[in-house]
Design a protein around this ligand. Sequence first.
Ligand SMILES: Nc1ncnc2c1ncn2[C@@H]1O[C@H](COP(=O)(O)OP(=O)(O)OP(=O)(O)O)[C@@H](O)[C@H]1O
Ligand SMILES: [Mg+2]
Length: 472
Amino acid sequence: MAKGKAKTVFVCNECGYESPKWMGQCICGAWNSFFEQKVASGEAEDRRSRTRASAGDGAGGAAGKKNRPARLPDIVSGERSRLDTGIGELNRVLGGGIVKGSLILISGEPGIGKSTIILQMAANIAQSYGKVLYVSGEESEEQIKLRAERICRNGGEGGIFVLSETNMENVEAAVDEVQPSLLIIDSIQTMYTEDLDSAPGSVSQVRACGNELMRLGKVTGIPIFIVAHVTKSGDLAGPKIVEHLVDCVLSFTGERNHDLRILRAYKNRFGTTSEIGAFEMAEEGLRPIENLSMTFMDGFSGASEGSVIAAVYEGTRPLLIEIQALTAPANIGFARRTSVGVENTRLSMILAVLERKAGVSLMNQDVYVNVVGGLRPEGTSIDLAVAMAIYSSFKGKAIPPDVLALGEIGLTGELRPIQNADKIVKEAARMGIKKVILPKRNAEKLAKESGTDLQLAGVANIAEALKVLALR
Ligand SMILES: Nc1ncnc2c1ncn2[C@@H]1O[C@H](COP(=O)(O)OP(=O)(O)OP(=O)(O)O)[C@@H](O)[C@H]1O
Ligand SMILES: [Mg+2]
């Protein structure tokens, strides 16, 4: 494309907003987020119009054509045309497989296993549905082949076409040539379009490539998996705008020195975002974990001070986890509160309730809390277990290893009922738990339903829970 005279614009690193002038604060609220970028004049307008055209394509038209409104019942639903990835845990997180024409972003820290899971999926899809085009801007074809030799065993790898390329225009040409049933871009930060002068990975390149891929997906109906790197703080590197473009945003997390990997959907236009997928990183690739509670409880040493079993309900399955806490006298005036897996504000609230409603003063104590296994549970069902673990460590009294604590703590110290308690109790029984301390309302409801040999101790507030555990 012919380029005119270069012009300077300022682009926000957070939201991608373009301004002709540098601004201290962007309209999205971010401070100091603008950086200078040179673009050929006329290009910005060009890009905007292209974005508009591609957005229009989403409703079924081709570029340049005007879309006509269609009656809702006449629109053919793509729901029935989901691709099975051959990986149960991935299907579950996606809401039942990959919807045709959808754009899926998978993000994660370097080395967590993004390319591995994608290559495993590619082999399965190639075997069931035909060709898969794997575009890698990061690794050479030989590197991908080496990984495939290690992890692909079903013969599907014969249908994977590998392209080591970073130019979007060439990728489109390859898609035309191969006509794959799935396109993989590893990663969006390495791709660039010739229309822009800026370097790959810059906000405008990432946005332009994202737009280009969205258009490609909607026009061809080919589902596209896009790998994206995250910054240290866990945000997607580059503008947030890519997140708005895609249909699903998956996040792959885990402790790098542990084998456990958790896949979670942060946005999903075709399914719930509460499901998680669990994998174990092994020599032959990522192995799905079916008995997740067992994995989290692995290494649970039994009765020790500051350790309590808690449970969460993730997506469609209950999960038992161990909560650990440690209190230690604070050195100087200011006591530390450090938690991994529990939000700091939630921890502060639990500490305040413990102090006011259970008479435990932790003002001069450092408090450390850890959810073992690297999981960051959503929801509040682990509140009681966190409080019990802190109390147990502070008093130096161990809680029996076959006791499960369950419940949300309110500001008045009351225990509020949680959802799916019945399923959690069933899982607890399966895992050898003998006694469950839970909110009174949950206990009453479960007692009526009965059918469990577990001892259910319904408690109304945090002080009662401490009594039941004979901690005070
Ligand atoms: N031979 C092996 N045996 C066991 N695990 C391996 C082996 N080779 C690689 N791995 C695991 O695979 C991980 C790298 O996976 P992968 O390349 O899929 O990550 P990635 O998220 O794509 O990384 P990047 O951000 O660098 O692209 C390593 O951190 C390691 O845990
Ligand atoms: Mg990779």
